[in-house]
Design a protein around this ligand. Structure first.
Ligand code: INI
Length: 165
């Protein structure tokens, strides 16, 4: 599949009804001018998909490295159908870009698979600030919105495939 094919895959929001789902959001304050836009996009998408405002819990952490721990704590509460993680790691701003981005991704994925709860990855990992701006509500979309939509989709999938969970 080419890159063009992937971006043209149907992403029909009208089929994703999130009413009744409980969604936790963990977002990092590092690069806050970007992550606040990811958060706004995620909240807008959840509400537009029918998730009730009172069923959305938002937790903030200092940086992307803290996201997995906070997500795990939220998950252990047992109150959520899915979690959305939001952050921004910019290569130009850190010498330990690889550590922060890799550990955040690895940690998030591990706790999701280990615990059987969908956790979606709205953590931007970019070469520079321009790329991050473009992907947080600019001309390349909003990764926060995409992560929110993916969380609804996976939560509905889990309900369908594992109804007695
Ligand atoms: N955290 C980020 O979310 N993005 C970054 O780009 C970043 N940089 O540049 O270092 C970053 N570092 C902080 C890290 O996530 C932790 O908060 C910190 O190491 C304290 O544990």
């Amino acid at each position: 599949m080419t890159k063009t094919d992937q971006t043209e895959l149907p992403n029909d929001r009208s089929k994703l009804i999130g009413t009744g789902l409980k969604i936790g959001i963990v977002f990092s304050r590092f690069n806050g001018s970007i992550t606040s836009k990811l958060l706004a996009g995620a909240k807008k998408t959840l509400l537009e998909s029918g998730v009730n405002k009172q069923d959305i819990e938002i937790i903030d952490v200092p940086g992307a490295l803290e996201i997995p721990y906070a997500a795990q704590s939220l998950m252990k509460s047992g109150n959520f159908n899915a979690l959305v993680t939001l952050g921004c790691v910019i290569r130009g701003e850190t010498s330990h870009y690889e550590i922060v981005s890799t550990q955040a991704a690895e940690g998030i994925n591990r706790i999701s698979l280990d615990n059987g709860i969908p956790i979606t990855f709205g953590v931007l990992t970019t070469e520079n600030a321009e790329q991050a701006i473009a992907r947080s509500g600019g001309d390349k979309g909003n990764l926060g919105s995409e992560a929110a939509l993916a969380a609804i989709e996976l939560a509905l999938l889990t309900k369908r495939l594992l109804p007695f969970n």
